[in-house]
Design a protein around this ligand. Structure first.
Ligand code: HEC
Ligand code: HEC
Ligand code: HEC
Ligand code: HEC
Ligand code: HEC
Ligand code: HEC
Length: 396
């Protein structure tokens, strides 16, 4: 039992000893239970769009070792409102700003405690104290070569479609000319030539119509003009902004969603011109804000209404990378639909794709499959085996 009355009567040395002990205990306690909390990880998610811890520079500098190169008080001011800090004339802040292409860091509504918590999290190499390795997020790396060939294929197919179209027109014109000559102008005397030309044309046109109608309603390689020349290459490629910084609902909802204009303003309240388009395109963001109207982006990927598709299920549960379905978006100035989004495409992946079955609470219900794995009857579980080719899963 601690009795404060007794502590007061202790000799001075012991008193100081107790005080220090208490302080150390308090410090230990605070760093164990208040420091490096899961909250820090959640707060750092915002920073992750522009910073890594030991992974190199993104939009902003690598934050590994930042607490060694800067004073804590400096960091607190910088993180809360870097622009104000830079304008106040702090030389270091100004230098960091200029070293990073004068891209401003958006202000943060965090308390001192929350920022210190984030700093502990950074010192700990981006891990919550005591958390298991499994929690650390792993971003799947798409195979670059494969992606590049997808783009080349996309361009080739686009050219092919164009050729088919031109062939269609030429053959149609040939038929018309043949009929005209047969009935009116009669330049060619041998009638069989008309017949051969018409027969071949009809057969080839039939083939083209058959090919095209199979893809009717689908829009592979669709690439509409957008109201603002927004470039994924500039944002996700050159500035390495995380897809989920803008498409922030992809993890937990059906739609990946298009970011509202205030997300653009996080950066463009400060970044007022671009290297390619100057102020022309970015000004459209400001006029959308002024008119208080959303930007009317044109949807590129469209499934028919009778199909159910859920992003969270694929991105979060299935751990399918965006690039597997959307191609190398970070290389595209303008978004293009690289897959045909056909039923065959969905099913083919479901037949081949393995689900990460072990240690995943979503699959606990499949006890029979778990038993089969244990007994060695099957070596892997595909999406199809958990019902990924049942009609009602994809159709309303
Ligand atoms: C939109 C991008 C962006 C976001 C989000 C962002 N930062 Fe930054 N940060 C930068 C840039 C760019 C710099 C370089 C300084 C400058 O240009 O103003 C920077 C600099 C810093 C620095 C100084 C680094 C050094 O070497 O001196 C710290 C510390 C920092 N950021 C912490 C954070 C924290 C913590 C968060 C999350 C709460 C965060 N940043 C979110 C872009 C960002
Ligand atoms: C398994 C394939 C697949 C994966 C993985 C995937 N998408 Fe999609 N995405 C689609 C399909 C299919 C559509 C069309 C949906 C519709 O029309 O209902 C779409 C639509 C979209 C749209 C348009 C808006 C919307 O929500 O419908 C955006 C933006 C988008 N995806 C971004 C992403 C991002 C970012 C990722 C990664 C985090 C991602 N997608 C991962 C298949 C996928
Ligand atoms: C995390 C920061 C960030 C966000 C969010 C952001 N941008 Fe940008 N944006 C940049 C940077 C950095 C540049 C490059 C400036 C340069 O060219 O040096 C840029 C450039 C641009 C450009 C000009 C490209 C050029 O080179 O001419 C346009 C247009 C643009 N952004 C539109 C948008 C729109 C629309 C949104 C919202 C959907 C948005 N941005 C969201 C950081 C951001
Ligand atoms: C700075 C914000 C920002 C970032 C970062 C970003 N996007 Fe987008 N994304 C947009 C905007 C705005 C649109 C709508 C305009 C357009 O289609 O280009 C869009 C459209 C899309 C579409 C087409 C949606 C449709 O209409 O069908 C896909 C797919 C997509 N993004 C995927 C990605 C992927 C994958 C990444 C990461 C590699 C990513 N985005 C990173 C802002 C962003
Ligand atoms: C690149 C691979 C891939 C493509 C393409 C793909 N999926 Fe999936 N899909 C998965 C994976 C992996 C899962 C497993 C996630 C899970 O267990 O919920 C899944 C699960 C599903 C489920 C849930 C199945 C169940 O039994 O719970 C539905 C519904 C679904 N996908 C619909 C679609 C539709 C519709 C399309 C086409 C527009 C599509 N998927 C394209 C990989 C893919
Ligand atoms: C993995 C998801 C998935 C499953 C499972 C699935 N479908 Fe589909 N289905 C689609 C998609 C996506 C489309 C639309 C794209 C297209 O036109 O090919 C579609 C289109 C269709 C169409 C319309 C075809 C057309 O040309 O408009 C019919 C009919 C259909 N499905 C029937 C079925 C039946 C029957 C089953 C069960 C044996 C089934 N589907 C299972 C995803 C699926």
């Amino acid at each position: 039992m601690i009795n404060t009355g007794i502590v007061f009567k202790k000799p001075l040395a012991l008193n100081a000893f107790l005080k220090n002990g208490l302080l150390i205990l308090l410090l230990l306690f605070s760093s164990l239970s208040f420091g490096q909390t899961a909250e820090a990880e959640a707060n750092f998610a915002v920073c992750k769009a522009c910073h890594t811890i030991g992974g190199g520079k993104l939009v902003g500098p690598d934050l590994k070792g930042v607490t060694e190169r800067r004073e804590e008080a400096w960091i607190l001011r910088f993180v809360k409102n870097s622009t104000e800090f830079i304008q106040s004339g702090d030389p270091v802040a100004k230098q960091v700003f200029e070293e990073n292409n004068s891209i401003p860091m958006p202000p943060n509504n965090l308390t001192d405690e929350q920022i210190k918590d984030i700093l502990l999290y950074i010192e700990n190499g981006g891990k919550v104290a005591g958390a298991s390795e499994a929690v650390v997020e792993q971003t799947p790396k798409p195979a670059q070569d494969e992606l590049e060939s997808t783009m080349i294929l996309a361009e080739k197919k686009q050219a092919e479609a164009q050729n088919l179209y031109i062939t269609f027109i030429i053959l149609s014109v040939l038929i018309v000319i043949s009929i005209f000559d047969l009935l009116v102008s009669k330049i060619l005397k041998a009638r069989w030539i008309h017949v051969v030309i018409m027969l071949i044309s009809v057969v080839v046109i039939g083939e083209i119509v058959f090919l095209e109608s199979a893809a009717l309603g689908r829009q592979q390689y669709y690439q509409p003009e957008q109201p603002i020349m927004f470039s994924h290459k500039v944002h996700a490629g050159q500035n390495k902004i995380d897809c989920k910084y803008c498409h922030f609902t992809a993890d937990e909802s059906m739609h990946a969603g298009i970011p509202p204009v205030n997300v653009c303003m996080n950066c463009h309240s400060q970044v007022k011109q671009g290297k390619l388009t100057g102020t022309k395109e970015i000004d459209k963001i400001y006029s959308a804000i002024e008119r208080n109207k959303p930007i009317e982006w044109i949807k590129v990927h469209n499934l028919p209404d009778h199909v159910y598709f859920n992003h969270a299920q694929h991105v979060n549960v299935g751990k399918v990378a965006c690039a597997e379905c959307h191609g190398p978006v970070e290389k595209m100035d303008q978004i293009i639909q690289v897959e045909d989004l056909s039923m065959g495409w969905c099913i083919q992946c479901h037949r081949e794709k393995e689900v990460q079955f072990a240690d995943n609470k979503f699959y606990d219900q499949y006890t029979k499959l778990h038993q089969q794995i244990k007994s060695g009857k099957i070596s892997k579980v595909t999406v199809q085996m958990i019902g990924g080719d049942e009609c009602q899963k994809c159709h309303y």
